[in-house]
Every structure is written in structure tokens, then in C-alpha cells.
Design a protein around this ligand. Structure first.
Ligand code: GLN
Length: 250
């Protein structure tokens, strides 16, 4: 990407994948570039339109079971997201978006629906035997300790999902982190999310990039190379500390 051209941030199908406010992730990425004197453009991709293949970062948010089926079908119809990722674009997919970029996920009618196959993950209501009652919906605060290789501080957010997500055998990528509070993927490994190349999937709403600016900067460096550090407003630091204390019960 040339330094002069604007970084293009695609917000995919906000009508279908916009229930939980994750569209804010686009605003955070754009603003963190602009604060550094760099140009950014948010490209909203309405449902039913072809996903452009020439964006730098693609964002998918949370949504309800039926809309996420439509979103998966739309993205599978034209393979531009897959092509963009092969060409070096980054992806942040949250909750329904995380489920959709995997191999398969539960549709609203109890059936299993095919995903976009960007990451080797599968989602079900439960991975327990059929005679075990399905687990309750995961709703509430979530705290994740990121994999050390990512060099990120503790991640904060909230979750609201019925799906449980696990890697396929022999899958690529690493978990985004280990769940300290909340459910995340909801598997015995107590992980949340996936990082595979420049693709991140996670159950964290927030918007996650507003609550965790270091994660925003990780995505931006993937497409931009080194970036000048930004001084966070003091209020942002104070809020993060207050949140950490509250969630630690202290
Ligand atoms: N918050 C969400 O995106 C929900 C995802 C999905 N519909 C579920 O309930 O598991």
C-alpha cells in the first residue's frame, strides 16, 4: 500500500452484522490513523452488494442467527474477501462474524450452516453429547489474557452469544488468548478467538477496539508497517484501570 493512499476499512453488511455496536471498530481504526496524520476511508458494504476486494482491513460484527446466515451466503457468493486476505488484507471478525468466517455455525432453525472458511474453526450450540442439556447463553463481561506472542495487554469486552467454537483438527492459527472471566469459545481449553495470519476472530464486543486500542494498533501495523505511538487520553487509561479493578472485584 502506498503511504499517500488512504487506508480502506471495509465494514461488511452493517445491517446484518451490526446488532452489537461493532461498527464502532471502523471508527476507532480510522481515527487512530487520522490522529497520526494518515488518511483513512471507511467503506460500508451494504448487504446484497459485492464485497470490494481492494480494502486493507475488513470488519465483521455481531448479529442474530438468521441475519448471519444471509451474511455468510453473501460472502461465499463472491470470493472477494478470501481473495483480499490472500493478497495481504487484515480481518477482524466479532462474534457472529467470528462464527461466519469459520467452517460452519448453527443457523436459527437448528441446522448447521456453511461458513466462509477463512479460519479452521467450527461453531455449534454445544459440543456435548445430545443427552446433555445445551449450555446457557454466554452473556456478560469477558476478560482475555492474549497469547504472549501478540504482545498485547489484557483484553476487555462483553459477550452475548449462544454458540460454542472450537478449532478443527489440524487447524492453523493460535487462540487470541485465554479467558480469565466469562465464556469466550466455551471449550475446556478456556480460549477465546483465533489469530491466523492477519485474520482475527473473537467473541469480544465493546466495541473491542475502543476498549482495547492496542488491538486496533496491531491490526493497523499489519497493513501499514510501523506506526508512531499515540498518547492515549488520560481518561482512557483511567477507564481501563477502573474497569480492571471492577472486574477483579477489587
Ligand atoms: N452476539 C452475536 O453476534 C451472536 C452470534 C450468534 N447469533 C450466537 O448467538 O451465538
Amino acid at each position: 500500500m502506498s503511504r499517500e493512499s488512504a487506508t480502506r476499512i471495509a465494514l461488511i453488511y452493517p445491517e446484518l452484522l451490526g446488532t452489537y455496536g461493532d461498527g464502532g471498530n471502523a471508527i476507532v481504526l480510522a481515527q487512530r490513523l487520522r490522529w497520526r496524520g494518515l488518511r483513512a476511508e471507511i467503506v460500508e458494504v451494504p448487504a446484497g452488494e459485492v464485497v470490494p476486494a481492494d480494502c486493507d482491513i475488513y470488519l465483521l460484527g455481531g448479529g442474530e442467527d438468521e441475519p448471519q446466515v444471509l451474511a455468510a451466503d453473501g460472502m461465499r457468493r463472491n470470493r472477494s474477501l478470501t481473495r483480499a486476505v490472500s493478497g495481504g488484507a487484515a480481518v477482524l471478525a466479532v462474534c457472529a462474524g467470528y462464527q461466519v468466517i469459520g467452517a460452519s455455525f448453527p443457523a436459527g432453525n437448528g441446522r448447521v450452516h456453511e461458513g466462509v472458511h477463512l479460519v479452521d474453526m467450527e461453531t455449534r450450540r454445544s459440543f456435548d453429547p445430545p443427552d446433555v442439556p445445551p449450555p446457557p447463553r454466554a452473556v456478560g463481561d469477558i476478560v482475555v489474557e492474549p497469547d504472549q506472542r501478540l504482545g498485547l495487554p489484557t483484553l476487555y469486552g462483553y459477550e452475548n452469544h449462544g454458540g460454542r467454537t472450537r478449532p478443527l483438527p489440524g487447524s492453523r492459527g493460535i487462540p487470541l488468548g485465554t479467558v480469565r472471566l466469562g465464556v469466550g469459545d466455551g471449550t475446556p481449553a478456556r480460549t477465546d478467538g483465533i489469530v491466523d495470519g492477519k485474520v482475527i476472530g473473537t467473541y469480544l464486543h465493546g466495541p473491542v477496539l475502543a476498549q482495547n486500542p492496542a488491538l486496533a494498533d496491531l491490526l493497523l501495523t499489519w497493513v501499514h508497517g510501523r506506526l508512531a505511538p499515540l498518547d492515549a487520553p488520560v481518561e482512557a487509561d483511567m477507564l481501563r484501570r477502573a474497569r480492571a479493578r471492577a472486574l477483579a472485584g477489587g
